[in-house]
Design a protein around this ligand. Sequence first.
Ligand SMILES: C[S@@+](CC[C@H](N)C(=O)[O-])C[C@H]1O[C@@H](n2cnc3c(N)ncnc32)[C@H](O)[C@@H]1O
Length: 233
Amino acid sequence: MRYKKNNEVKTIFNKISYSYDFLNSLLSLGFHKYWKKELVDLLKPIDGENWADLCCGTGDLSFLIFKKVRPNGSVTGIDSAKEILNIAMERSKLIGNKFICWEMKDILEIDENSKNYDGICMSYGLRNLVNVEDGLKKVFNLLNDRGRAGFLDFNHSKINSLADLFQKIYLRFVVVPISKIFKLSKEYSYIEKSIKNFPEGSKLMIIAKGVGFKKVEYRTIFFNQMGILILEK
Ligand SMILES: C[S@@+](CC[C@H](N)C(=O)[O-])C[C@H]1O[C@@H](n2cnc3c(N)ncnc32)[C@H](O)[C@@H]1O
């Protein structure tokens, strides 16, 4: 089951990799960049810290974090899909950034003994993992004793709330038809299903506390469409 979902997700992201950045900007009207900046502002990475961007995709968060932790810190972007990670590497080359490390790996398989991060960030990744609790446990174990982590993703709002209705209309009548033009409607239809299976913010906080995080905060942004989870050890 775990293997099946992992492979399904990897296939999706390898397939959509070349249209990913363009469609992200088009479908969010560019707002995803502001949401990512908001996450980074909340996490406050500073010079000298070592960070990981898990499920990094084409590396948006890695580049933002890098600006904050340089010149003495480090950033590692990790993703399991080869094609999308290649785009992150190409972006790095294009701007002459040799300092961000890129690793192709399933985040649930990262060796916990070899890492000790000051901070971990993840955008639109947690929802795609086979098991959210295992993902948060992994993040907990990869952080040092005073580490912090932040997650940006779609907010799973209360069923039949205005936010829920808006999200469904937007996904069904904007996202899927537009992605159809790029022959990716099957892949983008997956978003609604994944949000349905993703815990609501209050549940995410309970899971994070259970995993061991002492400070746990969840806030919604953009009319409850997106959620940011901030965790500290
Ligand atoms: C929606 S994209 C988000 C990419 C990027 N963080 C962003 O916000 O633009 C989700 C990413 O998570 C990656 N991913 C999903 N499950 C993963 C796993 N178990 N281990 C590593 N990467 C994973 C996918 O390959 C994909 O690149």
